[in-house]
Design a protein around this ligand. Structure first.
Ligand SMILES: [Fe+2]
Ligand SMILES: [Fe+2]
Length: 369
């Protein structure tokens, strides 16, 4: 009977049947009193701050193409400030912006699906009742994020396939049977990167629906990252050196998959294909952009854009939690050296902590929205 029902379901995307084995231990806790107050408070905050994606955002809003293509950047490089960009016809600027944003936001969307499944796993896997309560609210938050990003991407283009590095990262977090590895891989690395990127995009975009959507989502992500920080900060001091090293390695591997997927050939090739589809010769574009190197460098220096999400947020979070030993710092430095050269391997001037009040950090300038 079950198979009959299943065969009648629409299967527009055959890939929907893809899966990973994710068995883990489900932990009961017979103590219903609060043990980690900060997590209980976070849970109470989450209940107060629920929103409804289809009601609270104006989905009738037509994307303002001019505003949308006014602030185009790629891998943190502010392309829209170059003369090359300004000289392109408005229609071409829109096509490149639209296709690139659909690619990036599709990957955010797939990441949200991963977060949805991991949050649900955490309800069973974490040992404290406060942690289970909180993870249940995050599960609902992530469902809303999937819903909202899917709706926004549909306004721009079709949903694009997941980047291979992100897929590997999500598989790894779903597969591990350690709740602390799930928490570090999802709450700290993936959601830290997402929070930093969402807030950054929210602060630069001039497209009002995207700005509002990212503000709402970032407020939720601030709690999700806060959960990882508060929970892990409470338990890391109880671990022995070997256990701690295992969690650090998992965090590093998760970050490595993201950095490589962004800096490796496949991301670059995809990005360049998008330019080609919009009618711009990639070789010509790269040549023109490299002639404006100085201008780009000045603009980056002005906005403090030297730190991407890993260095600006994920590493400082690991430091705060106590998961950034000299040993793991060496791994990160090697990776930056291999990917971006010797000059980028020095972490000395990077931020050492993340803001204590992440919600306030997200709300800066957006208190009334
Ligand atoms: Fe999310
Ligand atoms: Fe999240």
């Amino acid at each position: 009977m079950a198979s009959e029902i299943r065969s009648e379901l629409p299967s527009k995307h055959p890939i929907q049947t893809e899966g990973v084995k994710s068995a883990m231990e489900a932990i009961y806790n017979w103590n219903y009193d609060s043990e980690i107050d900060q997590l209980r408070t976070l849970y109470a905050n989450a209940l107060e701050r629920q929103w409804v994606a289809m009601r609270d955002l104006d989905w009738e809003h037509e994307i303002d193409r001019e505003a949308f293509s006014r602030t185009f950047s790629m891998g943190g490089i502010p392309i829209s400030e170059t003369d090359f960009w300004k000289a392109l016809p408005q229609e071409t600027r829109w096509e490149i912006s639209r296709r690139s944003a659909a690619f990036l936001l599709s990957n955010f969307l797939h990441g949200e699906q991963g977060a949805l499944m991991v949050a649900a796993q955490l309800v069973a896997a974490v040992p404290h009742m406060d942690g289970k309560f909180y993870a249940s609210t995050q599960t609902l938050d992530e469902a809303r994020h999937v819903e909202a990003f899917a709706a926004y991407v549909r306004k721009l283009d079709e949903v694009q396939p997941i980047a291979p590095g992100l897929k590997k990262l999500l598989d790894g977090v779903l597969e591990t049977d350690s709740w602390m590895k799930k928490a570090v891989g999802m709450q700290v690395v993936t959601e830290g990167l997402a929070l930093f990127s969402f807030r950054d995009m929210r602060n630069t975009t001039e497209e009002r629906l995207l700005e509002k959507l990212l503000t709402y989502v970032s407020r939720d992500e601030a709690r999700h990252t806060g959960y990882g920080i508060k929970y892990l900060t409470a338990v890391v001091p109880t671990l022995d050196e070997q256990e701690k090293a295992g969690i650090e390695d998992f965090a590093f591997e998760s970050a490595r998959l993201l950095v490589d997927s962004r800096a490796g050939m496949s991301f670059r090739q995809t990005a360049l294909k998008l330019w080609e589809a919009a009618g711009v010769d990639p070789a010509e574009a790269l040549g023109a952009l490299s002639r404006e190197r100085e201008k780009i460098r000045e603009s980056l220096a002005r906005t403090g854009g030297r730190f991407g999400p890993i260095r600006g947020f994920v590493i400082p979070t690991l430091r705060t939690i106590g998961l950034f030993s000299e040993r793991i710092q060496g791994h990160f430095e090697d990776m930056f050296r291999a990917n971006f050269g010797e000059a980028m391997a020095d972490l000395e001037r990077d931020p050492k902590h993340v803001p204590e009040d992440l919600e306030a950090w997200v709300n800066e300038g957006y208190e009334t929205l």
